[in-house]
Write a protein that binds this ligand. Structure first.
Ligand code: 3HC
Length: 284
């Protein structure tokens, strides 16, 4: 299946990163956000990272300009109608995702593949909102999407081989290392990483260690590229709490439940890097 035009719905940190990968891979990309202001912020973010590549000599200026020209920002889902492939990266809540997929089902061509970047929700439940669950697949990227090599290609209960392999091939075209898995809570990586990060946060209180020392510990004692507090700040404390809640709801394993400290931070608006403050202060 040839993917010429891609729709990306939701242009937050993940969606903007995914849109960046799409335009860099030569696909015409149509981006949709809830407001034109947020959409423009995403375009600026993509332009910023592509310009950094130019400054570092890994991308020609003409390639950056051509990539940016492949991105079109639109005002409503109806403008995604002629996409061959749509990747959804909106808020991590089931109902908004199901509503969006029902809408995408109505407006896109029957052969279009509809992919969700959900972290921990059921792809099968999202697919069930459409009349074509065989064309729905999970495509789970890792934060920051332009830098992390992995993408999990998730087969929901009714995903057809065609759509599944099209998503795998598209992941490769985006320069990623795809792996195939089934639609189980947390798929592969988050099934392991979310309880592990929750344990790390609980250790903050149990061992009365500072976030700085905990991060130093895991970086220097376990070879992590960034410590757990830095990582949760990067992912977004709200995103991590939502994913933990979704996993806990499905598995009922106590380690999956979000630690109260993270829930309190979330309620206080301390969301990590994106809000300027989480475990660390980013001062912007
Ligand atoms: N988008 C695009 N480009 C980016 C970027 C972003 N968000 N962030 C950084 N870059 C670019 C920048 O241009 C930067 O260069 P510059 O600083 O000179 O401008 C360049 O990439 C390299 O950045 P860094 O110097 O920060 O790169 P590092 O070598 O330090 O590696 C890292 C950064 C790859 C993020 C590394 O620290 C790492 O692997 N961390 C772990 C991340 C991780 O575990 N992610 C998974 C989270 S879990 C998840 O996403 C699942 C979800 O469901 C919750």
């Amino acid at each position: 299946m040839e993917v010429r035009k891609v729709g990306v719905v939701g242009l937050g940190a993940m969606g903007a990163g995914i849109a960046q990968l799409c335009v860099e891979a030569g696909a015409e990309t149509v981006g949709l956000e809830v407001s034109s202001e947020l959409a423009e912020q995403a375009r600026d973010r993509i332009a910023h990272f592509l310009t950094r590549k130019v400054e570092k000599g890994t991308l020609a200026e003409s390639e950056r300009d051509a990539a940016l020209a492949r991105l079109t920002l639109v005002g409503g889902p109806e403008e995604l109608g002629d996409s061959d492939f749509v990747i959804e990266a909106i808020v991590e809540e089931l109902e908004p995702k199901r509503e969006l997929f029902a809408e995408l089902d109505r407006i896109t061509r029957p052969e279009a593949v509809l992919a969700t970047n959900t972290s921990a929700l059921s792809v099968t439940e999202i697919a069930a909102a459409t009349e074509r669950p065989e064309r729905v697949v999970g495509m789970h990227f890792f934060n920051p999407a332009p830098l992390m090599p992995l993408v999990e290609i998730v087969r929901a209960e009714l995903t057809g081989d065609d759509a599944f392999e099209a998503a795998y091939a598209f992941g490769e075209r985006l320069g990623k290392t795809p792996i195939r898995c089934h639609d189980t809570p947390g798929f592969v990586v988050n099934r392991v990483l979310i309880p592990l990060l929750n344990d790390c946060i609980r250790v903050l209180d149990e061992a009365r260690v500072t976030p700085e020392d905990l991060d130093t510990g895991l970086r220097n004692g376990a070879g992590w590229p960034m410590g757990p507090c830095t990582l949760v700040d990067l992912v977004g404390i709200d995103v991590h709490v939502h994913a933990s809640e979704a996993l806990y709801e499905k598995t009922r394993e106590p380690r999956m439940a979000p630690p109260p400290r993270l829930v309190a931070m979330c309620n206080a608006g301390l969301l990590g890097r994106k809000s300027g403050r989480g475990f660390y202060d980013y001062g912007d």
